[in-house]
Design a protein around this ligand. Structure first.
Ligand code: SF4
Length: 354
């Protein structure tokens, strides 16, 4: 079975206020980092049908560096090759070049089409730049383009969210990831009392999520996971591997892997990653247990969990949740409704999946 390959590119021009992903701003390390990625790829004897450049800001690597990496990977026919991009870190020329070297899916970290919200988040791009770059990506031939949208941003209202969704609906997008803003400890956002005070309260957050889910569905983006919506046939194949509990390799500082039933990660240390012959593997835990599979399957709002894979009590509890409108039952599978997505952690506990 071809596997998934995740390549973490931990470089950002600056840090966004809310972000706790591992990334550094010293771009002079990119060359050494690319060479280390190549060494690690050469040690893997696998075919890959999904490759995902995540970050950080992968679009800070040159098209030549992306090309070198892709040339080193054994890629299956019709592989999905995704790359996360910041709206103002790429030009039309660059997009044309990465398309020519094999990237066929882009994921733009748009977050909002409201300039005031982008400023609050510490993003470096404007709404106009995001619109322009998505149109440029489409113009150079990308047919599979995703945008990240953030919900419950400081200062966001239902009206401004609605405006962002309207803009998004008029762009050539095939996929939308809609995430709630999470205040992560240690980030500048977590220390900024004034921004924290402007985050919508829990009731408004829930309202915004349900509103976004409904509006995205009406625009033709079908919800297939708690935070993900896609036009028919454009679900992210790489991320589906995670939720299907399939094995994958992760390369780069802070990248996680699930190989031969074991989960491990590479430490968050870019200097060590660059100097090591092969990346260090820190063992985390065994993966792939039945309860883990069930918890991941529960995130998939179109597929859900097969009723016959659940213990009897869990099945009875799921029926109760169907009555309450938090789950639905289709073709002998239980799946979360949008309302159920808001309380998925409590549902996992109620069903006894953890
Ligand atoms: S949100 Fe993205 S662009 Fe911003 S600092 Fe984090 S990884 Fe970098």
């Amino acid at each position: 079975m071809p596997k998934g390959l995740y390549i973490h590119v931990p470089f950002c021009v600056s840090k966004c206020r809310y972000c706790d992903f591992y990334s550094v701003t010293d771009l002079s390390l990119a060359d050494g980092y690319t060479k280390a990625v190549l060494r690690n790829i050469s040690a893997i004897d696998e075919n890959f049908d999904t490759i995902y450049f995540g970050g950080g800001t992968p679009s800070l690597l040159s098209a030549e560096q992306i090309s070198q990496i892709l040339s080193a990977v054994k890629i299956s026919p019709n592989a999905e090759i995704s790359m996360e991009c910041n709206p103002n870190s790429v030009t039309g020329n660059y997009l044309g070049e990465i398309r020519n070297v094999g990237v066929n899916r882009l994921s733009f970290g748009v977050q909002s089409f409201c300039d005031m919200e982008l400023k609050m988040l510490g993003r470096r791009h404007s709404s106009a730049e995001a619109i322009s770059v998505i149109n440029s990506a489409h113009a150079v031939g990308f047919e599979n383009i995703s945008a990240d949208l953030m919900l419950a941003v400081s200062g966001q209202s239902k009206e401004s969210l609605s405006q962002s969704l309207d803009v998004l609906g008029n762009l050539p997008l095939t996929h939308v990831s809609a995430y709630m803003l999470k205040v992560e400890e240690g980030t500048p956002l977590a220390r900024d009392e004034s921004l924290l005070a402007q985050i919508p309260d829990d009731d408004m957050m829930a309202e915004m999520y349900l509103f976004a889910a409904e509006k995205l569905e009406a625009m033709g983006f079908e919800q297939y996971e708690i935070s993900n919506f896609a036009r028919a046939g454009f679900e992210c194949r790489h991320n589906l591997k995670y939720w299907h509990c399939e094995e994958y390799y992760g390369i780069g500082s802070a990248a996680h892997s699930f190989v031969n039933g074991e989960r491990y990660c590479c430490p968050k240390n870019i200097a060590e990653f660059i100097s090591a012959e092969l990346q260090e593997k820190v063992h985390l835990e065994k993966g792939g247990s039945e309860s883990e599979k069930a918890m991941l399957a529960l995130r998939l709002t179109k597929e859900g969990i097969a009723a016959n894979s659940l213990p009897e009590t869990a099945c009875q509890n799921a029926e109760v949740l169907v009555q309450k409108g938090l789950m639905k039952k289709e073709k002998d599978s239980f799946m979360l409704t949008p309302k159920g997505c808001l309380v998925s952690n409590q549902i996992i506990i109620f069903l006894g999946l953890c």
